[in-house]
Write a protein that binds this ligand. Structure first.
Ligand code: IPM
Ligand code: MG
Length: 367
């Protein structure tokens, strides 16, 4: 029996996770997927009830689960909190404590939405790239990370960018292995012209490639150029592997290129335990908590629902079910169902429930 932990979080998180639970329920009822779920607190909502955005019991439950489905965290009411109480700490602690070092962010342009991008349709039609972001190292977690007082009354803030050989090796391997299942091309993005972490990054990626993955094509690209190429000609890429901070930025940019950040799922994976085969995993939409539209039933649930598809594929080896769910989403888009964020002339506007109903109907029709 698969055990899935649901972490709805803040803003539209609970709404999109409810929608996703309904879809999960469809798979348990109709596709023999034996799964049980449990819900726990994270983010601002956890802070309100338990005084911390990352409660120990939530972390313990996440460690015990076979997969975590995460909604979103954050909201303006928590902006003034101390750094270690901010909702985002909940997500960052989960990533760190579960050692979810590999963040997979596909940027896929759905044919029905190619006119929704701020880029020209011919630039984005058929776009299918995968950003592999290192998620537990780099400047997000490097020490020292502090603000200190200087004798002259100023303050001094330090973040530390740090990478070790093994951290780079393991994320490079994930990228090369995934590239083998796709277009067999990896672009590695860093700033080796300015940063020594970039120099080491390039050396290690080059060595791993030569030793283990010479069947995959590797190119190196400076991260700023990569940002530019993503809006100039995003289809030149297959897999992009990059560090935590560049991955944060480049994945938002790639998401916008597809026209619909509300559509994009992500997976964060740990290492597979060689003895038990168990692998920590967390699945979440790329979008945030969208506090402005929270509680109104308007949120687009597709990114969260497609995150469930990634869970079916990567955590539960149910590739057929993942494909079925992705096809169902494609079908409702082709049928013209749109939430407000992706609304276009002549289409049928629906809310969170309406979109979920349509996806459930498409699942029934396709299976
Ligand atoms: C993301 C988000 C997070 C990050 C925030 C919410 C901490 O932007 O997952 O990309 O910076 O990693
Ligand atoms: Mg981000």
């Amino acid at each position: 029996m698969a055990h899935i932990l649901l972490l709805p979080g803040d803003g539209i998180g609970p709404e999109v996770l409810d929608a996703t639970s309904r879809v999960l329920g469809w798979f348990t009822q109709n596709r023999n997927f034996a799964a049980s779920t449990e819900t726990a607190l994270v983010g601002g909502t956890a802070f309100e009830t338990l005084g911390t955005p990352a409660p120990d019991e939530t972390i313990a439950k996440a460690k015990a689960a076979d997969a975590v489905l995460f909604g979103a965290v954050g909201g303006p009411q928590w902006d003034g909190l101390a750094f270690d109480k901010k909702p985002e700490r909940g997500l960052l602690r989960l990533r760190k404590d579960l050692e979810l070092f590999a963040n997979l962010r596909p940027a896929l342009c759905f044919d029905a939405l190619k006119d929704a991008s701020s880029l020209r349709p011919e630039i984005v039609a058929g776009l299918d790239i995968l950003i592999v972001r290192e998620l537990t190292g780099g400047v997000y977690f490097g020490e020292p990370k502090e603000i200190t007082d200087l004798p002259d009354g100023q303050k001094r803030a330090v973040d530390t960018q740090v990478y070790t050989t093994s951290e780079i090796e393991r994320i490079a391997r994930v990228a090369f292995e995934l590239a083998r299942l796709r277009g067999k091309r990896v672009a590695s993005a860093e700033k080796s012209n300015v940063m020594v972490t970039g120099v080491l990054w390039r050396q290690v990626v080059t060595r791993v490639h030569a030793a283990e993955f010479s069947d995959v094509e590797l190119t190196h690209i400076l991260a700023d150029n990569c940002a530019m190429q993503l809006v100039r000609n995003p289809k030149q890429f297959d897999v992009i592997v990059t560090d935590n901070l560049f991955g944060d930025i480049l994945s938002d940019e790639a998401a916008q290129a597809t026209g619909s950040i509300g559509m994009l799922p992500s997976a964060s994976l740990g290492a597979k335990d060689p003895a038990t085969g168990k692998q920590a995993s967390l699945y979440e939409p790329v979008h945030g908590s969208a506090p402005d539209s929270a509680g109104q039933g308007l949120a687009n649930p597709i990114a969260c629902i497609l995150s469930l598809a990634m869970a079916l594929r990567y955590s539960f080896a149910r590739v057929d079910d993942a494909v079925l769910l992705e096809k169902a989403v494609e079908r409702v888009l082709a049928e013209g169902y749109r939430t407000g964020d992706i609304m276009q002339d002549g289409m049928t506007k629906v809310g969170t429930d309406g979109m979920t109903d349509a996806i459930l109907k498409a699942l029934a029709a396709l299976s």
